[in-house]
Design a protein. Structure first.
Lengths: 359, 145, 275
């Protein structure tokens, strides 16, 4: 949680993550370059750099894109998500090496400016086999550069999490262009069925992972339309909320997480002020609601981050009617203290019995 | 994942799940494969019918061809791997120690494929392939005929 | 289950045991998969030519300068069995993606004379592969006509009319400077080189893998670089007069027959030029 804007707020987990990432990077490069020089000694240095960096960047992007759905399918993979931005920035650097080498190799030292040449040397936009695939790579790289240069929390705060996340979801558009770049570029020459198969496997893995996680997580957030006379909406039965965990619900466009802890209920806005992560999928640790993505914390009764941190979320009124939990979707301003709803002993016992039956 | 994010992801991936495989398959179909066969012989002398001798080295298959009466002789060199020298001249020499200046020039070797040279009836015994730019021999092949 | 209660917080020094184990398994799988993918990608490439570009290693050659149909330095090698003079033609290119046209014209203006057909000494870096040799001439500031050659190269002579199918590319990259110097990934570079004045070459390959190279020029030996630009990297049919100059073949393209993309699935070359 950034109190000041340091380039990177290092901790042990991030260091482990980055060491593993760099080890993987060097392993791939060592294997790729070693094999190239062994089996194809006639290769030029430029082609070696272009192919090594291009294949590595594309492979890294596949891994990056699979992290999100993998973490949805099994929460134990959330550590892969924690420092994903370092992976993304590194991948962008590798892709930049590829892009610059290509621009120099194929477009520099000619009769026009290299960037002009990139767009003018092949203008067959209407024929698939002749399509100027390098233009696809150029725009894909631009998106990745935009994402890498705005990956810091500084941009997250100043662009707002919503705008930032929208910008960073352009990675999917970049990915689609890169599939085109590879399939309409190098694959048109290197036609080996194995290479086509590897590219296809990568693409179908990314698509498959996203669809699978989408199906598995289809109904994570309910919508409530049952309103009572006081403006409260029924959310769920008390037994549906595990201790120190939450139930999330959408009511009139408000995304609310209701937490059960220490014999009480509190409701806050589900969106973490860091990256709009799902607070409702977090846990109460040491009395604080902890976001599952990057560990940002908020006090349940007032939606404020514990000092010295300053993030705040909206709070809501909660009540219990019998075993049913109700929430008023009218939000209080960020950081407003609202009294938690106490859970009476008998109701708590009944809810525990109900939970036991379900399990 | 928040409901809003989930909604956007659902829409994006439903589109990509259709478009990306289509693009993939279309690109594979667009790969150019078969090349038309081409005829080279119009730029080459026709092969004489009889093979008097044949040698194979690492990079070449060399044949001495003749007509039925063995009066006309032809040297045929089949290049097995593209040449890696700046120049490749073909000389007839008497022995493996002779230099090109002592021999008879037959011509240049060219691209990967078969090349034929008229031999005349000069009583030479060896073929010397020579790189005239780097001034060094490439290979010497001795005949029996 | 115990692991269901585990919760990962990134800023804590250690991950819970169950989560750490799971992530470790994943990392091991990735460490096995990634080099394997590298292996698959490398071993299934189609390979690279054994061409050579002697960049930085200058060679000096003396020969007769020819400008049409392409800039050559023609090196006299001797006479063959039938008494015909044998020449090796070195195709000339300039540094980067440029032809020697401008360099040559500038030198001719300086000297106040035409250098076509004159004996000259040129220094440059050789590029060679598959029986063809080029020279990247760094500059022509010092060249001047030497003593006239005793043996003149034969005129370009006609072998016949025909249609040749192949890929248009630039000879500088094709014969040594880039690998690969042909095909879709190289297309833009070939277009840039040809636009810069390097004479276009048609590389014709048979289904048996035999290769022939043809310089492309107009009917009167003039440059047709702009005309071929849209077809660079494509399989095309070129109709024209097939001629020989030294050890190079040339197609003098028929001005009434446009370049055409090879129809899909065409298996045997057919005489589609007619007339």
């Amino acid at each position: 949680m950034s109190v000041n804007y340091a380039p990177v707020l290092w901790n042990r987990q991030k260091k482990i993550y980055d060491r593993v990432m760099l080890a993987l990077l060097f392993l791939y490069l060592a294997v790729f370059i070693g094999l190239q020089l062994t089996f194809f000694p006639a290769i030029t240095a430029e082609t070696l750099v272009i192919r090594a960096s291009g294949t590595l960047a594309f492979l890294m992007l596949h891994i990056i894109l699979c992290i999100g759905p993998i973490a949805r399918i099994d929460r134990r993979f959330l550590p892969l998500l924690y420092n994903r931005r370092h992976l993304g920035v590194t991948m962008c650097c590798v892709a930049l090496v590829h892009g610059i080498f290509n621009l120099i190799q194929f477009h520099a030292m000619g009769n026009v400016d290299p960037l002009v040449s990139l767009f003018s040397s092949n203008e067959h936009y209407t024929a698939l086999g002749r399509f100027p695939f390098q233009v696809l790579g150029f725009f894909a790289l631009l998106i990745l550069l935009l994402m890498a240069s705005t990956s810091h929390d500084f941009w997250l705060k100043n662009l707002s999490p919503r705008v930032w996340k929208t910008l960073h979801m352009m990675v999917y558009f970049s990915y689609a262009m890169l599939v085109g770049h590879v399939m309409l570029g190098v694959i048109q020459l290197e036609k080996s069925p194995v290479l086509i198969g590897v590219a296809g496997l990568g693409m179908f893995s990314v698509i498959g992972m996203h669809i699978w996680s989408g199906i598995l997580n289809k109904k994570q957030t309910d919508e409530s339309e049952e309103e009572d006379l006081e403006g409260f909406y029924r959310v769920c039965s008390l037994g549906e909320i595990a201790d120190n965990r939450a139930k999330t619900v959408m009511i009139n466009g408000e995304n609310i997480a209701v937490f059960k802890y220490e014999g009480k209920l509190s409701a806050i806005n589900n969106l973490c002020r860091h990256q709009n992560g799902p607070l409702g999928e977090g846990k109460i640790v040491d009395g604080c609601i902890t976001c599952p993505w990057h560990g940002y914390q908020y006090l349940p009764h007032n939606g404020q981050s514990p000092p010295p941190f300053t993030e705040k979320v909206e709070t809501y009124d909660v009540k219990l009617a019998g075993e049913w939990v109700y929430v008023n979707p009218k939000p209080y301003p960020e950081g407003t203290e609202r009294p938690p709803c106490p859970i009476h002993n008998i109701v708590q016992k009944l809810s525990k019995i109900a939970m036991k039956h379900e399990n | 994942m928040t409901p809003t994010l989930r909604k956007y992801h659902r829409r994006i991936w439903l589109v990509l799940a259709v478009l990306l495989p289509l693009l993939f398959v279309a690109a594979v179909v667009a790969i150019p494969d078969k090349r038309p066969d081409i005829v080279f012989d119009r730029q080459q002398a026709a092969a004489l019918p009889h093979v008097l001798e044949e040698f194979e080295t690492e990079n070449f298959i060399v044949r001495i061809r003749s007509n039925p009466s063995k009066v006309a002789l032809q040297l045929e060199i089949e290049i097995k791997q593209p040449l890696t020298t700046a120049s490749a001249l073909v000389y007839l020499v008497n022995n493996t120690k002779e230099k090109p200046t002592d021999g008879i020039l037959l011509g240049n070797l060219g691209p990967y494929g078969t090349h034929r040279f008229y031999l005349g009836n000069a009583p030479h015994k060896c073929i010397l392939l020579f790189d005239a730019i780097k001034n060094r021999p490439i290979q010497t092949i001795k005949f029996k005929y | 289950m115990k692991t269901e209660n585990e919760f990962y917080i990134g800023w804590q020094p250690d991950a819970p045991i169950g989560i750490a184990r799971k992530v470790r398994q994943f990392i091991i799988a990735i460490f096995l998969m990634v080099p394997f993918i590298g292996l698959l990608l490398v071993l299934n490439q189609s390979g690279f030519s054994n061409s050579t570009f002697e960049y930085g290693q200058a060679t000096v050659l003396e020969g007769i300068l020819t400008i049409k149909p392409a800039p050559f330095l023609q090196l006299y090698r001797g006479k063959d069995v039938q008494g015909k003079p044998i020449f090796q033609n070195i195709l000339l290119v300039a540094p980067g993606k440029h032809g020697v046209g401008d360099m040559l014209a500038s030198r001719e203006r300086q000297l106040g004379q035409n250098l076509e057909g004159k004996m000259v000494k040129l220094s440059g870096y050789l590029i060679y592969h598959d029986g063809k040799t080029l020279m990247e001439v760094e500059d022509m500031e010092d060249i001047s006509p030497e003593n006239a050659s005793e043996v003149l190269p034969p005129m370009m002579f006609k072998l016949g009319d025909g249609a040749i199918t192949g890929e248009i590319t630039d000879p500088k990259c094709l014969f040594g400077v880039m690998k690969p110097g042909f095909g879709k990934p190289h297309r833009s570079c070939a277009a840039r080189c040809i636009a810069g004045g390097i004479p276009p070459v048609l590389k014709a390959v048979s289904s048996m893998g035999q290769v022939q190279y043809y310089l492309l020029a107009g009917e009167n030996g003039e440059a047709i670089n702009q005309e071929v630009l849209p077809f660079v990297g494509d399989q095309v049919v070129v109709c024209g007069s097939i001629e020989r100059i030294g050890d190079w073949l040339v197609i003098l393209k028929n001005k009434h027959k446009d370049l055409a993309l090879v129809p899909e699935g065409l298996e045997v070359q057919i005489p589609i030029c007619g007339g």
